[in-house]
Design a protein. Structure first.
Length: 159
């Protein structure tokens, strides 16, 4: 008899390419993965533009060293997003049993970011467009996570 608990869905005993959740969860993860790759790459390449436009950070108010530190941190954050997007792509292509855990990992970034922003807020100019993107991604991730945990009536055949 198969263990159908939440724990076993998040941490399967066998990491194979068999996905046991709702198929829509795969397609949502594909779109989220593409967004993560684009956002990560853009944050690495257009660091200053992303910091000032998407996140509304007033770099012109910082000294040269402070502004450069913020820009460098955006490149590092972009790299982390790009790497997490690549990890999601590998899971989609080869290890689909890990899709629920990938969703959980992807959800922790915006939730953790919101918590950290409350503890130590960044002064921004206006309403940053990035906040809306984060909210849309969080809602999509939550829906995808729930769908990934749904059990199919018929299990997917393993090849």
């Amino acid at each position: 008899m198969k263990d159908l608990s939440l724990f076993s869905r998040l941490f399967p005993k066998h990491i194979d390419n068999a996905f046991r959740g709702h198929p829509l969860a795969i397609w949502l993860l594909v779109s989220i993965t593409m967004a993560e790759l684009v956002i990560g790459g853009n944050s690495m390449i257009n660091r200053r533009f992303v910091a000032t436009s998407a996140d509304g950070i007033p770099l012109d108010r910082y000294g040269g060293g402070g502004a450069q530190a913020v820009v460098s941190l955006f490149a590092l954050l972009g790299l982390s997003r790009l790497l997490l997007g690549l990890q999601a792509a590998v899971i989609l292509l080869r290890y689909r049993a890990m899709i629920p855990l990938m969703y959980l990992l992807l959800i922790t970034r915006p939730v953790g970011g919101m918590i950290l922003a409350r503890v130590d807020p960044i002064v921004s100019s206006g309403a940053p467009a990035g906040d809306t993107v984060v909210l849309v991604l969080l809602v999509t991730l939550t829906v995808g996570f729930a769908l990934s945990l749904l059990m199919r009536k018929r299990p997917i055949e393993q090849n």
